[in-house]
Ligand binder design. Structure first.
Ligand code: HMG
Length: 370
């Protein structure tokens, strides 16, 4: 049996409240809070990028570095066309050099693909483990329709034999070439047909859902209300309102973290559901462009001894709210930095930050562990 041995998430320590954004945009706050389902969204700190976020998520669960034989880094916010983000991560986390390290891309679906790849890899390499991470910055731009569906964050998963959290079962995929959301090399932000993208998501769910009743289904959540829309499609197989509340609990205050969004739903279920030992959980993954996959996880007895739900909750509640000026400053700094060939981080990062992007020299990134 192979699957999720440990799981953790990270999101930046600063966020924007949706009421603040709505007031600045002249929109009824209920549109964002009730219509979109978002209360807050995470905003990237100036000291961080996708590699530092992935390191923050992975470090607390990386207790057996010598056994890691594969690192898969799923992202659609890549920092280099050639070099895999996983190589920066391997260095920063001091994972021994005899390891394979790759980056995977397919919009928000790549982490699911990476999880299945790692599961098969561990099955064929007995005794070895894989580190599978996602890290993304969902950035649509100021005053766009997608602005309210932004966010940032990372997921880290250790895949191993005899997993202590969940066995991963293979699923049903559905691939269709559609122009719902894509980011060509010429663009800093995605080109999005919002309403059509929701139709594509729904179609992929209908094509892959096995018409079976699950107590919990984790949905990919580009915004929290998407889980309600998707759940309605399941008709008589829909999960309960209480289950849906667990599913949305993290996403509604973090926003879209692209690849990791489905796994925030899982973290919400693991945090808030009553004993899940022996339960099979449904998981619907969707990445625009598009691929949908419905698969399942069998939760292992004693799983709750291997998750720090108090730390997960405290991380969320101890974040710091930004005003509009702070949000604009952070995202302008992010956009400017991503185009810099040479950069040195000047300010002091928050004291809780363990990993910092310290410099970019000749296009190559440098990091500090504190
Ligand atoms: P919009 O045009 O701003 O919103 O776009 P709207 O006018 O459709 O309103 C949204 C909802 O708010 C509606 O409810 C309104 O009725 C309601 P619905 O009809 O959906 O049930 N509303 C109100 N409710 C209460 N009080 C009010 C009020 N006013 C309106 N006063 C959209 C929304 C999500 C399309 C936009 O934000 C967007 O384009 N976002 C980005 C794309 C996206 O998230 N797509 C989702 C599916 S694709 C996907 O999941 C993949 C993705 O993660 C990328 C990847 O794979 O890499 C995005």
């Amino acid at each position: 049996m192979v699957g999720i041995d440990r799981i953790n998430y990270y999101t930046p320590r600063t966020y924007l409240d949706m009421t603040t954004l709505a007031e600045a945009r002249g929109v009824d706050p209920n549109k964002y809070i009730k219509g979109i389902g978002q209360e807050q969204m995470a905003v990237l700190g100036e000291h961080e990028d996708i590699i530092t976020m992935a390191a923050e998520a992975a470090a607390p669960i990386l207790d057996d570095k010598d056994a890691i034989d594969l690192i898969v880094f799923a992202t659609e916010s890549g920092v280099d066309f050639s070099k895999a983000a996983s190589i920066y991560l391997q260095h920063l986390l001091e994972i021994p050099n005899p390891v394979r390290a790759i980056e995977m891309k397919q919009a928000c679906y790549a982490l699911t693909s990476g999880l299945h790849l790692a599961t098969d890899f561990v099955k064929s390499h007995p005794g070895k483990k894989a580190l599978v991470v996602s890290s993304d910055i969902a950035w649509y731009g100021f005053e766009t329709a997608g602005e309210v569906t932004q966010g940032a964050g990372a997921i880290a998963i250790i895949v191993a034999e005899n997993p202590r959290i969940a066995r991963v079962n293979s699923g049903v995929p559905y691939t269709e070439d559609v122009p719902d959301f894509y980011r060509p090399n010429t663009s800093d932000v995605p080109i999005v047909d919002g309403k059509f993208s929701i139709d594509c998501y729904n179609k992929a769910l209908i094509e892959t859902f096995p018409k079976h009743t699950y107590k919990y289904v984790g949905f990919h959540m580009p915004f929290a209300k998407m889980a309600d829309k998707a759940n309605r499609i399941l008709e008589e197989f829909a999960i309960s309102d209480d289950a849906l509340t667990c599913v949305k609990s993290y996403s509604k205050t973090i926003g879209n973290i692209y690849n990791g969004s489905l796994y925030l739903a899982l973290i919400g279920i693991l945090t808030h559901a009553d004993d899940l030992s022996g339960e099979t959980i449904g998981m619907f993954s969707y990445g625009s462009g598009s691929i949908g996959e419905f698969f399942t996880l069998d939760i292992v007895e004693g799983y709750d001894n291997y998750m720090d739900t108090d730390a997960w909750q405290t991380h969320l509640t101890s974040r710091h709210a930004l005003d509009m000026k702070g949000y604009e400053q952070a995202m302008n700094a992010f956009m400017a930095r991503e185009k810099m060939h040479d950069y040195a981080y000047q300010d002091r990062a928050p004291e809780q930050a363990t990993y910092v992007l310290s410099a970019i020299r000749n296009g190559h990134r440098e990091y500090q562990k504190r």
